[in-house]
Write a protein that binds this ligand. Structure first.
Ligand code: 5GP
Ligand code: ZN
Length: 115
């Protein structure tokens, strides 16, 4: 989608630091990390948020959760102590980029509830 920064990252039109990529998903380091490990996992397809998901997106969402999150957590060294997976959604949810993304955060203790 034109003017979507994460579509441009997926298309390699703007640079990022990828840590995982396949046909439907890319994961890259967050520009402003909020933890020692902070990566963003996105479907390459433009989906505006969790609320933009349709039936045809079930496979990629399952793929992210079944195959990518655990693999990345192990590779990035945060599986053993634990981590957090977050999908900020909408204005009050703190979403600032309108392309569905999952924050994978780890390497420090996390507070609950989040601010
Ligand atoms: P949100 O606030 O929408 O949940 O998360 C958006 C995230 O994208 C933020 O953590 C922000 O630091 C990150 N971000 C915004 N623009 C860029 C960019 O151009 N490159 C990378 N790697 N991360 C970005
Ligand atoms: Zn997009």
């Amino acid at each position: 989608m034109a003017d979507c920064i994460f579509c441009k990252i997926a298309a390699k039109e703007i640079p990022s630091t990828p840590v995982y990529e396949d046909d439907t998903v890319i994961a890259f380091k967050d520009l402003e990390p909020q933890a020692p490990v902070h990566v963003l996992i996105i479907p390459k397809k433009h989906i505006r948020s969790l609320l933009g998901l349709t039936e045809e997106d079930k496979a990629v969402i399952a793929h992210i959760h079944v195959d990518v999150v655990g693999r990345l957590a192990r590779e990035l060294g945060i599986a053993e102590k634990g981590f957090r997976l977050v999908a900020n959604t909408g204005e009050e949810g703190g979403q600032t980029v309108g392309h569905l993304h999952f924050h994978l955060l780890g390497g420090r203790s996390m507070a609950w509830p989040p601010g």
